[in-house]
Design a protein. Structure first.
Length: 114
Protein backbone atom coordinates (compact mmCIF):
# COMPACT_ATOMS: atom_id res chain seq x y z
CA UNK A 1 0.00 0.00 0.00
CA UNK A 2 2.83 2.44 0.78
CA UNK A 3 4.37 2.26 -2.73
CA UNK A 4 0.99 3.14 -4.30
CA UNK A 5 0.57 6.13 -1.98
CA UNK A 6 4.11 7.32 -2.68
CA UNK A 7 3.62 6.97 -6.45
CA UNK A 8 0.30 8.83 -6.34
CA UNK A 9 1.87 11.65 -4.33
CA UNK A 10 4.81 11.87 -6.74
CA UNK A 11 2.54 12.04 -9.81
CA UNK A 12 0.42 14.75 -8.17
CA UNK A 13 3.46 16.86 -7.26
CA UNK A 14 5.01 16.56 -10.72
CA UNK A 15 1.78 17.39 -12.53
CA UNK A 16 1.09 20.42 -10.33
CA UNK A 17 4.60 21.75 -11.01
CA UNK A 18 4.42 21.23 -14.78
CA UNK A 19 2.46 24.42 -15.39
CA UNK A 20 5.06 26.49 -13.54
CA UNK A 21 7.73 25.37 -16.01
CA UNK A 22 5.53 26.31 -18.99
CA UNK A 23 4.27 29.64 -17.65
CA UNK A 24 4.67 32.41 -20.21
CA UNK A 25 4.85 30.13 -23.26
CA UNK A 26 2.61 28.93 -26.06
CA UNK A 27 1.18 25.62 -24.86
CA UNK A 28 -0.75 24.78 -28.02
CA UNK A 29 -0.96 26.36 -31.45
CA UNK A 30 -4.56 25.94 -32.65
CA UNK A 31 -4.02 27.55 -36.08
CA UNK A 32 -1.60 30.04 -37.68
CA UNK A 33 -3.23 32.96 -35.83
CA UNK A 34 -4.43 31.45 -32.55
CA UNK A 35 -2.71 29.89 -29.54
CA UNK A 36 -3.43 28.71 -26.03
CA UNK A 37 -0.84 30.27 -23.74
CA UNK A 38 0.17 29.46 -20.19
CA UNK A 39 -1.10 32.67 -18.64
CA UNK A 40 -4.41 32.34 -16.83
CA UNK A 41 -7.06 34.53 -15.28
CA UNK A 42 -4.72 35.72 -12.50
CA UNK A 43 -2.14 36.84 -15.09
CA UNK A 44 -4.05 38.45 -17.98
CA UNK A 45 -7.44 39.90 -18.89
CA UNK A 46 -9.44 39.71 -22.13
CA UNK A 47 -8.32 42.49 -24.45
CA UNK A 48 -4.76 42.76 -23.13
CA UNK A 49 -1.86 42.65 -25.59
CA UNK A 50 0.87 40.02 -25.36
CA UNK A 51 4.28 40.10 -27.02
CA UNK A 52 5.61 36.93 -28.66
CA UNK A 53 9.38 36.39 -28.41
CA UNK A 54 12.09 34.05 -29.58
CA UNK A 55 15.70 33.73 -28.39
CA UNK A 56 18.27 34.65 -31.03
CA UNK A 57 21.73 33.39 -30.13
CA UNK A 58 25.06 34.15 -31.84
CA UNK A 59 28.62 32.98 -31.37
CA UNK A 60 29.85 29.94 -29.51
CA UNK A 61 29.47 26.36 -30.61
CA UNK A 62 26.07 25.60 -29.09
CA UNK A 63 24.95 25.13 -25.55
CA UNK A 64 25.83 27.91 -23.14
CA UNK A 65 29.02 29.68 -22.22
CA UNK A 66 32.15 29.61 -24.37
CA UNK A 67 33.16 27.04 -26.97
CA UNK A 68 36.67 25.52 -27.33
CA UNK A 69 38.02 28.61 -29.12
CA UNK A 70 36.77 30.91 -26.37
CA UNK A 71 33.91 32.37 -28.44
CA UNK A 72 31.14 33.36 -26.06
CA UNK A 73 27.58 32.55 -27.05
CA UNK A 74 25.30 35.54 -26.59
CA UNK A 75 21.52 35.42 -26.70
CA UNK A 76 18.86 38.08 -26.71
CA UNK A 77 15.10 38.12 -26.92
CA UNK A 78 13.71 39.13 -30.30
CA UNK A 79 10.10 40.29 -30.60
CA UNK A 80 8.16 38.30 -33.19
CA UNK A 81 4.87 40.20 -32.94
CA UNK A 82 1.84 40.72 -30.74
CA UNK A 83 -1.46 39.08 -29.98
CA UNK A 84 -4.61 39.91 -28.05
CA UNK A 85 -6.13 37.82 -25.26
CA UNK A 86 -9.53 36.80 -26.61
CA UNK A 87 -10.68 34.29 -23.99
CA UNK A 88 -9.72 33.11 -20.50
CA UNK A 89 -9.86 29.32 -20.60
CA UNK A 90 -9.19 28.62 -16.90
CA UNK A 91 -6.82 29.50 -14.06
CA UNK A 92 -3.79 28.49 -16.11
CA UNK A 93 -4.53 29.12 -19.79
CA UNK A 94 -5.90 31.80 -22.08
CA UNK A 95 -6.53 32.05 -25.81
CA UNK A 96 -4.58 34.63 -27.80
CA UNK A 97 -5.21 35.73 -31.39
CA UNK A 98 -2.50 37.30 -33.57
CA UNK A 99 -2.73 39.02 -36.96
CA UNK A 100 -0.93 36.02 -38.51
CA UNK A 101 2.04 38.09 -39.73
CA UNK A 102 4.65 36.02 -37.83
CA UNK A 103 5.36 32.37 -37.14
CA UNK A 104 5.15 30.89 -33.66
CA UNK A 105 4.85 27.43 -32.18
CA UNK A 106 4.62 25.49 -28.96
CA UNK A 107 7.21 26.86 -26.55
CA UNK A 108 7.32 30.37 -28.05
CA UNK A 109 7.73 32.87 -25.21
CA UNK A 110 4.88 35.29 -24.41
CA UNK A 111 4.75 38.21 -22.04
CA UNK A 112 2.17 40.84 -21.20
CA UNK A 113 2.91 44.12 -22.95
CA UNK A 114 3.84 46.91 -20.55
Amino acid sequence: MKPILMMTTLVFLLSSCAHNFMRGTVAMKTDKKTAHVCLGNNDVKVGETLNFYTNKCTGGGGGGGADRDGDVRECEMETLGTGTVTKLLNNHYSEVTTDGSFKFGEGTLVQKQK
